[in-house]
Design a protein around this ligand. Sequence first.
Ligand SMILES: [Zn+2]
Length: 237
Amino acid sequence: MTKKKSKDEGAVDAPEISRLALPVPTHGEPGEEDVVDATTLDDNVTPESRRDLALRRRWFDPQLTLVRFVTRVLVPASIHTYVPAGSSKLTLHCNGQRCVLCMAKHKPTPIYQLPVYFIDDRELAVIEIEREGKAGGLRSPLVSLLKQANFSDLIVEISRKDGRYHVAVIRTLDDTNRDEADYGDDALRDLAARRGVEARDVRAVVERRDNQTLLSDLDWLARKIRLYHPGLDLSAL
Ligand SMILES: [Zn+2]
């Protein structure tokens, strides 16, 4: 049954409009989804922006490299570098207390991982900072810059020579000195929209293989563990 329409239906008076704003039934016709009151929704980011961020590991060449900080959150990690694997070498996360690489006396390196924006290549990538500060290392100069309130406005020049890093701020961006150059503003905005870089995305730049996979992949590993830990049941690791 449809309601009989009045002749002057084009005109809608104010009381009519206010009635339109009244709560409407939440159940629609079959096949229609229920209406949703916006105040009942959480404002989480959408699944689209939650997708994993594809990052890679990068280090600094002797050439001058310009970077910009995107976060001051350091991700601690312990990594095994130069792990022999046939004719190549692997870099792998340490598997912690019962790590088979550690048991074979392959020493892990404690580091901090930090995503930074490489200005020249327009790339967000993860660098490694030694956990313990040392002369010529990255930790001391980078941490002091990250402590500044305007850390994300700094254009930082980094180079490496004879095993020592040289870090210098060549410019501080502010509204009065912006030019047309691309300093990664778009990338920073994208990151802000996805609420920063997640630690799991940062950790993912280094491969992780579980103990049993390592034992089957690396033929030297079991032999070496048996040497240091005779009688140990390797299948329980
Ligand atoms: Zn380990």
